[in-house]
Structure formats: C-alpha cells, structure tokens
Ligand binder design. Structure first.
Ligand SMILES: *Cc1c(COP(=O)(O)O)cnc(C)c1O
Length: 413
C-alpha cells in the first residue's frame, strides 16, 4: 500500500476482533474448556456450563429466564417461534440490520414488514413502527444498532396499546441501557449473539432472555427439537430444530461473561475519548445518543456529510485505508435488506414464494419513498471497527487520521 501523503509513514496496526489482538480470550477460557474436555461431557443436556451460563446471563440482564442457542440468528428464530405466528402473519422489523435478524422470520412462515428509521441513530422508532401495524402484526423486532438503544419507552407503550410482543435484537448492544434498564430485558424477548465479532464470543453462539414463563417454555423446547425434557410423558410437541450450544462453547462463555462489564466499560471509555477529539470536525458527526440511553459501542459509527466532504463516506474510507491503513466500512450493509434477492425476488422454498404468497401487497411494498432515512443513512454511515483492546495510542492515531483526512478532503478547510 502506498501512502500518497507520506510514503515513509508506518501504519499503526489496530487490534482486531477477528484474532487475539482484539479479544479477551485467555487463561480463564482455556482452563474451563480443558475441564469440559477432561470430563468427556460435551453436550449441554448433561453438562453444567451451559446451564451456568444461562443462569448467570439471566441474572446479569435482570430477567427470569435465559436459554443459550447456536447463534444470534438462532436466537431470533427461537424468539419468533415463541410468538408462533400463523403463516402469512406479519413481523415488523428494520432494513438496516444483520440478515440473521431477518431470515428467521421467513423460516417461521411470517412476512417481514420493513419500516424506516430515525435519521440520527438508524434505529426504528415508535412512529415508523406505528405506520406499519396491521391486524396481522404478530411481533415487532427492534435492533439496537451498533450498540445504541432504540427509544424503548415509546416503542413499548405503542406495542402494549396494540398488545403486540416486542423482540429486542440485542446482538450488538450487551448491557446498553434505556432509562437505566438493560436492553434485552425491556421488551418481551431479548436475542443476543456470541459470534466472533460481538462483545464477548465463543466463535458462534447466542442466547435468548425473557420474563414471560409461556415464551420461556416454548423457547426452551424450540432449541431442543421440542422434546419435553423432564416432563412425565415427554414427546416432540411441535416442529423445531436442534439449536443447542455445546459445553465447549458454554465453558468459554462462562469465562467470557465474567469479562463483559469491563469490556463494555473499556469500549465506552475509548469511544468517549475519540468523540472528544473529533467532535468539532466539520463534515463528520460523532454518534448521537439519546439522553435516556447509554451506548455500548459494538462499532463507532460516524455520519459523513458529503456536502462538506466530496465523495462522502466512501471517499473518507478510501483515504483512511490508503493513508493510515485504517479499514472502515461505508454503509455498514451494502443496501437496505429489502433490496437483497431473498426479499426482492422472494426466493424462499422452491418456487412457492412462501410466505410472500400470502402477504398483503402493502406489506411487501418496498418503494424507496417509504424509506427516506434508510437510504440517506446508508449513504452517510461510516463504521469504524471497535474493540476493548483499543488504548490511548490507537485513539490518538484514529483521531489524527480523521483530522488529516478531513483536512485533505474537505471543501471548507
Ligand atoms: C450478529 C447479528 C445477528 C446474527 O448473529 P449470528 O450469531 O451471526 O447469527 C443478528 N442481529 C444483529 C443485529 C447482529 O449484529
């Protein structure tokens, strides 16, 4: 890579969440995993670590029940299955999220109904949700994007008025709070991911949380082929996969969970340091955080103003990569989810188009004019990678890079 400004400049390598440099994996995880291997019990149906994880996680989030499962996508699937929509029922969701939050809706035979977002946070709002509620709405799924909570007070009030359960996709927002309440424990069900790049990890993995005993029962069953473990006359009660976590993952996650609070605190501390250094720069805006919320910085997301920085987020990302070796992601996702082929062309089960074949036309109307903030947002977003191993020198380096970039790219300087 040639640095166009200074060919002799050496890049500072930022810690990465894809390897040990940006993860908290260490001796504690190795000890517990070794213990599992020595025991010879690798399944959670007989072992103790997944159970310990579930109990400690429920305590941490402040809910009655938590059940571990294979991934964050599996967690969302478990949540939708708990709500048990009829084929063609509708689930309101966002088009700026991970596909793992969306495909489970289709697998359960429900129709995802996309709504627009708050232009400041790119999160869905009570207002955008309300416009999409119909007599077929069976659930609302909200993603707390990048670790920044949705305005849950208004969303819960709306949902309760219509008697619709709220599923929180908390994959990016461990321990984020709204009104001092931890997300994942505010809605009816919370869904977390332990994928490699999340706050804590076992490579893959997920967990669902709830205070509702009926949802809890269905979720536990759904993870376990709907087999009634412990029942007097167990059976396979309904259609369900095996979404269990292994004891190997459970052991890693018991060790990881003990590190979660410091991980979150560290990410917040360095994020605030960066915000202080760059908040006055023209052409970029630091993360907007509602005054009832705390942000836990899964990623640090800038808003780039292309009227000040020609070429916008894409030009800024290119410049950061070439001149500082910093890999950022314009847009986060390449296009709104509803523009992906699975939704656009309704590619699901054979040629059936199921469940889209049962959808109200309005529910699958993806006209761009319904989603102004979504399209605008994807133009403006620049995602900086973030993790708990960042220190003062990394923050100073990122700030210097941004100041330098804007100096070179901006009209105003
Ligand atoms: C990561 C993620 C998922 C999916 O989790 P996996 O563990 O990768 O299946 C779902 N929703 C959001 C918002 C995510 O960030």
């Amino acid at each position: 890579m040639v640095n166009t400004i200074d060919p002799n400049k050496t890049f500072l390598a930022l810690p990465s969440d894809q390897d040990a440099s940006g993860r908290t994996l260490g001796r504690e995880e190795i000890e517990l995993v070794s213990e599992v291997i020595r025991s010879g019990t690798l399944t959670s149906t007989k072992g103790t670590y997944v159970k310990e994880l579930e109990q400690k996680f429920a305590e941490l989030i402040g809910v009655k029940h938590a059940y571990a499962c294979a991934s964050g996508s599996a967690a969302v699937h478990v949540a939708v299955a708990a709500v048990d929509p009829e084929p063609g029922d509708e689930v309101i969701t966002t088009s700026i999220t991970d596909m793992g939050a969306l495909s489970p809706i289709l697998y359960q035979g429900a129709v995802p109904v996309f709504v627009d977002v708050d232009p400041r946070t790119w999160n869905v709002t009570a207002e955008t949700i309300e416009a999409a509620i119909s007599d077929r709405t069976k659930a609302i799924i909200v993603t707390h994007l990048f670790g920044n909570p949705c305005e849950m007070t208004e969303i819960m009030a709306l949902a309760q008025r219509h008697n619709i359960p709220v599923i929180e996709d908390t994959a990016q927002s461990f321990l984020a709070t709204h009104n001092d309440q931890v997300v994942g424990g505010i809605g009816d069900i919370g869904c977390f991911s332990f994928q490699q790049g999340k706050h804590i990890t076992a490579g893959e993995g997920g967990i669902v949380t709830t205070n509702d005993d009926a949802f809890a029962r269905r979720m536990q069953l759904f993870i376990n082929k709907a087999w009634g473990y412990g029942d007097p006359k167990p059976d396979h009660y309904f259609l369900a996969p095996n979404y269990r976590l292994t004891e190997l993952q459970g052991a890693v996650l018991v060790a990881q969970l003990a590190k979660l609070k410091p991980v979150v605190a560290r990410r917040q501390e360095t994020a605030h340091q960066l915000t202080e250094k760059i908040q006055d720069l023209a052409g970029i805006q630091t993360p907007w955080i509602g005054d009832r919320n705390t942000h836990v910085f899964w990623k640090y997301c800038l808003r780039v103003d292309d009227t000040v920085i020609p070429g916008g987020a894409v030009a800024l990302a290119k410049w950061l990569k070439e001149n500082y070796g910093i890999f950022s992601a314009p847009r986060y996702i390449q296009k709104p989810a509803f523009r992906c082929e699975v939704f656009r062309d309704q590619r699901t089960f054979g040629d059936s188009r199921f469940p889209f074949d049962r959808a109200r036309p309005e529910a699958v109307d993806y006209s761009a004019d319904k989603f102004p903030a979504t399209f605008r947002g994807l133009e403006e977003i620049l995602v900086l990678p973030w993790n708990e191993a960042y220190g003062d020198k990394h923050i100073a380096y990122i700030a210097e890079a941004l100041i330098d970039a804007i100096d070179h790219l901006s009209h105003t300087v």
